[in-house]
Design a protein around this ligand. Structure first.
Ligand code: NAG
Ligand code: NAG
Ligand code: NAG
Ligand code: NAG
Ligand code: NAG
Length: 413
């Protein structure tokens, strides 16, 4: 009976998910696809992709891309900037407002100031992340970085494509000069990870890292790309009793489990769901978790915890730091501390095949306290961090049933 209900609920979930997802994916802007129709922008398009600006553009709702043709890109490329610097420069060419040919020629009082993605990264000093647009004599429109001393750096050439008032692609004559954007970003290895985390709500995790050998593992991976998921202070504080119970190796693995040895921006995480390795992964010891979208929220799932990304602390190639609302508990460390019960540990295969809520209960009835206060739950029980309100088994069963119905739906197709 319960199984039936779960299946019906899952089917309804799948249906509503499908209805919810379809329209947004069909309307989505794909800047790579648009520019691919114009060979004269192939260099610009290529660099939007390799700097990972393309997904960032696609995720915005009101945007103007100031494209520069292959000849105009020559000057930028001859400077042999780092990829990070090229990304800064190009992000100055993406305006966070809608400007088509008509709007450009009808600017109130002759000048407008547009914020850019460079401004939005937070790394643009002063007003260097703004572009000034000026209506000039004879119908020309000038573009310049705001702090350019009033000199016009580039002019409007033509409108390429526009969907009023969502996105517009225009051509401008040349790359906008910006010493700030071109300045080599500080060597990534000089970023003080723990300081960055401490300053933004992950001080307990940062202190724990400093006190262990894992801090060096993190620092050693920044240059080649690193994504850190730091639990917020409340989550980490209530987890500390469990942490202190781990062996030295266990402590190190737990901390390293909160890092991925690649750089993934938030939009990468949104678009690349699936199982990922962590800094703790070591051959047979997988120490992996699953990244999964939940609407616009990105969640990280382990067998016993579903954590959400609640904020972005740093997101600048090659380093991203995201704050989580929970500590991630790897199956490799927390399986063994289960209190002996007749039920086996919940393997995902078992859940997917036979959603039977009651058999997966490992804990006494649903904890009445929030998931983040394990102090009141039975000591050593892994299930207390699990849920957003229900017993682990039930959520597992729902999730399993969703997967099951999804597979079924695909077979039907
Ligand atoms: C955008 O278009 C390009 C080229 O047509 C394609 O390779 C890419 O997969 C598309 N991206 C998305 C997110 O649809
Ligand atoms: C345009 O300029 C006039 C006169 O300088 C000023 O009063 C007005 O506020 C300006 N409008 C805008 C939108 O800046
Ligand atoms: C423009 O964006 C809005 C908000 O995201 C959306 O509802 C609308 O459908 C978009 N219009 C077009 C023509 O894509
Ligand atoms: C990073 O900052 C922490 C304070 O959060 C400090 O103790 C540590 O020495 C700094 N590390 C480096 C390499 O500067
Ligand atoms: C720590 O481990 C001991 C022995 O396994 C156990 O009795 C205790 O409940 C654990 N404490 C916590 C907070 O997990």
């Amino acid at each position: 009976m319960q199984l039936r209900n779960a299946a019906v609920a899952a089917a309804a979930t799948v249906l509503s998910l499908t209805l919810f997802l379809l329209p947004s994916t069909t309307n989505a802007l794909n800047i790579t696809h648009i520019l691919a129709k114009y060979p004269e922008f192939s260099t610009f398009n290529h660099y939007l992709t390799v700097t990972q600006l393309a997904p960032e553009i696609n995720s915005r709702e009101t945007i103007t891309v100031c494209a520069v043709d292959n000849a105009g890109m020559g000057g930028l490329l001859s400077k042999h900037l780092t990829l990070g610097a090229i990304k800064n420069v190009l992000s100055l060419h993406i305006l966070l407002d809608y400007f088509d040919a008509k709007k450009l020629h009808l600017i109130t009082n002759g000048t407008a100031l547009a914020a850019t993605i460079y401004q939005a990264t937070g790394s643009a000093p002063g007003s260097s992340g703004f572009v000034k647009i000026t209506d000039l004599k004879g119908g020309a429109v000038g573009f310049s970085p705001e702090d350019n001393g009033g000199e016009v750096a580039a002019t409007f050439v033509k409108s390429v494509e526009a969907v009023p008032y969502n996105f517009s692609v225009i051509q401008i004559s040349t790359i906008l000069p910006s010493p700030e954007a071109e300045a080599p970003a500080p060597a990534p290895s000089q970023v003080n990870l723990t300081a960055a985390m401490s300053a933004h709500g992950c001080k307990v995790f940062a202190d724990t890292l400093l006190a262990s050998g894992a801090g060096e593992t993190f620092a050693g991976n920044i240059e080649s790309g690193l994504t850190v998921f730091c639990p917020g202070d409340d989550a980490m504080k209530s987890f500390l009793p469990k942490y202190k119970n781990l062996t030295a190796d266990g402590k190190q693995s737990l901390l390293e489990y909160h890092g991925m040895p690649v750089y993934e921006s938030l939009s990468d995480l949104r678009s690349n769901n699936g199982l990922v390795n962590t800094l703790a992964t070591d051959g047979a010891k997988q120490f992996s978790f699953t990244v999964q979208n939940d609407g616009t929220v990105v969640t990280i799932k382990t067998p016993t915890v579903t954590a959400r990304i609640v904020s972005t602390l740093v997101d600048k190639e090659p380093l991203a730091i995201f704050q989580l609302d929970k500590v991630l508990m790897p199956r490799e460390l927390f399986k063994s501390s289960l209190p002996p019960t007749p039920a086996p540990a919940p393997a995902p295969e078992a859940k997917a095949k036979a959603p039977k809520p009651s058999s997966n209960h490992k804990s006494p009835p649903a904890p009445a306290v929030p998931a983040d206060s394990p102090a009141d739950a039975p000591a050593g029980d892994v299930a207390d961090q699990t849920s957003n309100g229900g017993p682990a088994g039930f959520i597992g069963a729902r999730f399993g049933a969703v997967i099951f119905s999804l597979c079924f739906a695909f077979i039907q197709l």
